[in-house]
Design a binder for this molecule. Structure first.
Ligand code: PRP
Length: 207
């Protein structure tokens, strides 16, 4: 039987997932000493693929990976079709609406401008509030946008809150909690049901 192929988001989520594999008694030594290789075995039953977050979803959605480990932030922004199986409990942070300290974000009648790396998450959030906003997509260091006068606020990931604080911004409202999730390709979930269920059980025991 070919190994289950799991796409991991490179970096912190990758490391945390490998820690869980270690605790399952799987051999992660090849991945831990990977060099520049991107497809690596974990024991005999699993093959790990290392990818950027949004690409984890793409590979799982297209069925070239059976499973994936990716943040809820990337899932919430994607419109892909796949199953979300499990909250892995690590990689915890949150989406928040933030604005310059002491600014009355909800005050006034003028349409507000929001900068975000996550335009879909932002649009859904303001639609739920029945609030009409203009959304501008920014690729990184979104905190710059209100500082430069491009936007009234941002919808972004907040972990410790230091980036906001050091740039004179503050949380106006929490939008959504974030953590790492195990996702599955819809066909793989049927075709490799037993193996996937066994893996989920092992994850659940450890979490
Ligand atoms: C993320 C996020 C915030 C920061 C929040 O950015 O977009 O800027 O981390 O963390 P904190 O609350 O602990 O300060 P990241 O470092 O991923 O870089 P980016 O802004 O270029 O996406």
């Amino acid at each position: 039987m070919k190994p289950l192929r799991i796409a991991l988001t490179k970096g912190r989520l990758e490391q945390k997932t490998l820690d869980l594999f270690d605790r399952m008694g799987l051999d992660t030594s090849v991945v831990r000493n990977k060099g520049r290789r991107l497809i690596l075995p974990v024991g005999d039953s699993i093959e790990v693929v290392l990818a950027k977050a949004a690409d984890v979803i793409t590979y799982v959605e297209h069925g070239v990976c059976d499973l994936g480990v990716v943040g809820k932030d990337t899932i919430a922004e994607s419109d892909g079709s796949f199953y979300e199986l499990l909250d892995l409990g690590f990689g915890k942070c949150r989406f928040a609406l933030a604005a310059p300290k002491d600014a009355d974000f909800f005050g006034g009648y003028a349409t507000k401008t929001i900068a975000s790396k996550y335009p879909n998450v932002s649009a859904t959030y303001f639609a739920q509030k029945n609030m009409d906003v203009r959304i501008i997509k920014i690729e990184g260091s979104v905190e710059l946008a209100p500082l430069l006068g491009l936007s009234d606020g941002i919808v972004d990931i907040v972990e410790t809150g230091s980036t906001l604080k050091e740039n004179g911004l503050e949380v106006v409202e929490e939008v959504m909690p974030i953590s790492a999730r195990l996702i599955a390709n819809t066909a793989a979930l049927k075709l490799r049901k037993t193996e996937i269920e066994e893996l989920i059980e092992k994850f659940e025991t450890l979490l």
